[in-house]
Structure formats: structure tokens, C-alpha cells
Design a binder for this molecule. Structure first.
Ligand code: CA
Length: 322
């Protein structure tokens, strides 16, 4: 299929919703991100025991819910509580929380929403997509969705075809229509390719770049990088690199060295949507949020970014591109 036109005004993707302000992947975090003007709202998706896709970052429940207190016997030998071992009816009984260290019980981000506070739930994918469609209707906006298919190989080992199930929910909720704004993302390249070639999905696909790309983006590796991107181009519309794939290091003079990844991707018609902008966890190579925004949008020319603080990133984009 022909590549999508590269966007001029970059898009802001609310990473797990407005997760800098409210517990990730709760409907209030999505509502807030919608209200503060994010262009897309992200969903990470895993399956329950009874094959219901739920919006959850990990295959585990114990870092973002009260599962250990409510179902204390239901962990595996490794001590973890897996969403795939619980039915949707059981997951609906859980309270969602701001993310915490599951062993220590302390918050990941001390400055964010308190852990185990107020009342939040883990939504099913269908509940969430219906919710966002409802907000788009009542506000007249056309905010997009950005579902990530999590760990397809893990699900396949359990006899589950997560991609097929997620694509079915997207279709049933009307999000597969041409007027909708949507990207589908996945880390596992074999699966992203399968979604396009075997499942026949025509929606825009983003290949997330895992750690093996760290080597490919180093100076002097351009031939290998271009070959890898030529392959991605055969089945995807864009790439989702980590910030560390773009911002390499500071040299002795303090000059920030960036990788050739964005330019090489653009030469192949691939969009570039890096992750993740966090006001409270900047990459070591930049000294401020302003520098991070200007490097990504002005120096490198990325087409979009994932941000935990979408209001700050939207404000930057509007000030420069508006
Ligand atoms: Ca994700």
C-alpha cells in the first residue's frame, strides 16, 4: 500500500491517557487527556482468561491494582498475578491504582496521583472505545485511538490470538471506519507483519522498536539501519522508537548527538512516533522539557510523540506549529 502522507503538525498521543495526572489506563485518565487536547489516546491491550481484551500496560495486574489483597492465593510460582489467569468478571472487582512497585508497595513516580486512592477500574477495550466515541460525539471532536497489541507470542502460547480479538473489537465499535483516526502498534515484528499480510488489516500500523534497534541506530551502522527500515516499510506505516534510539549522547563539548533514524525513516515514507515524554523523568541527555520538545519537533522533525503530560506537549506544538 502507498505510504501515508507525512504529517506537518505533529500529533500528540496521550501515553496510557494523561498518565502524568491520573492512574494510567483508567477512563478518567482518558477523559482528561481528551479534554486537554491530545490528538490520540493510547490503549495497551492484554487478554483475560475468558478472552476479553482489557486495557492494561502489562500482562500483570499487581503493579496497578489491589489484586494481591483481593485474590491473595491467585499468584503464579513467580509471585506475579497475571491478567490471563483471571476472568473479566473477576477483573471488574478490582480497584485500579496509580502504578507502584509490586514488591515494595511504593509509588513509581512520587509526584503523581497517590497510590490506592479514590475509586478507579480497569476498563475492557470495548468499554474504552465506546467511551471515547461517546466523548467525540458529545464534544464534536475527532480524537483518535492508538491500541497496542501486547505480547502476542505470550498469548499464542496460551492458545489465544490477541490480534484477531482486538481487530474484531475495533470493527464492532466502529473504529475501523475510514473517518476514524487510528494507529495500531506492536513490538513483535512478526506479528505486525502478520496483522497486515495474514489478517489483512488495512489500518495504519506502527512498528514499535525494541532494544535490538539500539545497535542499529549508532553512527556507522547506516547500511544495516536502512536495510531494517526497508523491511519495516513492506508491512508498516511508521515506527515507534524509544527516545534513546534518537538522542544518543552528549559529546565532550556538550553537543547532543542524534541518530540518523528519523531521516532514514522519512526517506522511506515511514512516520516516526517516539516514546515517552515525561516531565518527571527526562532522558539523561537533555536538561529540560523545552530542550526535549525542541529537539524532537524542530531538530529531528518527528511526526508525533507519546507524552505522559499531553497538555504540556500540546502547548509546545501549538506554540510552534499552530
Ligand atoms: Ca504502549
Amino acid at each position: 500500500m502507498p505510504p501515508l502522507p507525512l504529517t506537518r503538525q505533529p500529533i500528540v498521543i496521550a501515553h496510557r491517557g494523561a498518565s502524568g495526572y491520573l492512574p494510567e489506563h483508567t477512563l478518567p485518565a482518558k477523559a482528561y487527556a481528551h479534554a486537554i487536547g491530545a490528538d490520540f489516546l493510547e490503549q495497551d491491550v492484554v487478554l483475560t482468561k475468558d478472552d476479553v481484551p482489557v486495557v492494561l500496560h502489562d500482562i500483570y495486574l499487581d503493579s496497578v491494582s489491589d489484586v494481591a489483597g483481593r485474590f491473595p492465593e491467585r499468584h503464579r510460582a513467580d509471585g506475579r498475578f497475571y491478567a490471563i489467569d483471571f476472568t473479566w468478571a473477576e477483573i471488574q472487582q478490582l480497584r485500579a491504582s496509580e502504578r507502584f512497585h509490586h514488591e515494595k508497595g511504593t509509588p513509581i513516580f512520587s509526584g503523581r496521583f497517590p497510590i490506592h486512592a479514590s475509586a478507579f477500574a480497569i476498563p475492557s477495550l470495548e468499554e474504552e472505545l465506546t467511551f471515547i466515541a461517546g466523548l467525540n460525539k458529545s464534544t464534536g471532536r475527532n480524537t483518535g485511538i492508538y491500541p497496542e497489541i501486547k505480547q502476542p507470542a505470550f498469548h499464542r502460547k496460551a492458545g489465544k490470538d490477541i490480534s484477531r480479538i482486538v481487530l474484531d473489537v475495533i470493527d464492532r465499535t466502529g473504529w475501523g471506519e475510514p473517518t476514524q483516526r487510528i494507529f495500531i502498534q506492536c513490538f513483535e515484528a512478526d506479528e505486525t507483519r502478520r496483522i497486515r499480510q495474514e489478517l489483512g488489516c488495512r489500518l495504519p500500523l506502527i512498528q514499535l522498536l525494541a532494544s535490538e534497534w539500539k545497535e542499529r541506530v549508532q553512527p556507522g551502522q547506516l547500511t544495516g539501519l536502512e536495510k531494517a527500515l526497508d523491511d519495516v516499510r513492506t508491512y508498516a506505516d511508521g515506527i515507534g522508537p524509544a527516545l534513546t534510539h534518537l538522542l544518543l549522547q552528549r559529546d565532550a563539548d556538550g553537543f547532543l548527538q542524534t541518530s540518523p533514524l528519523v531521516e532514514a525513516a522519512h526517506q522511506r515514507g515511514l512516520q516516526v512516533h517516539p516514546w515517552t515524554i515525561r516531565r518527571d523523568e527526562l532522558p539523561q541527555t537533555v536538561e529540560s522539557l523545552e530542550t526535549l520538545h525542541s529537539t524532537l519537533f524542530l531538530k529531528l522533525g518527528v511526526d508525533g510523540v507519546f507524552s505522559d503530560f499531553p497538555d504540556l506537549t500540546v502547548a509546545y506544538v501549538k506554540s510552534r506549529f499552530g
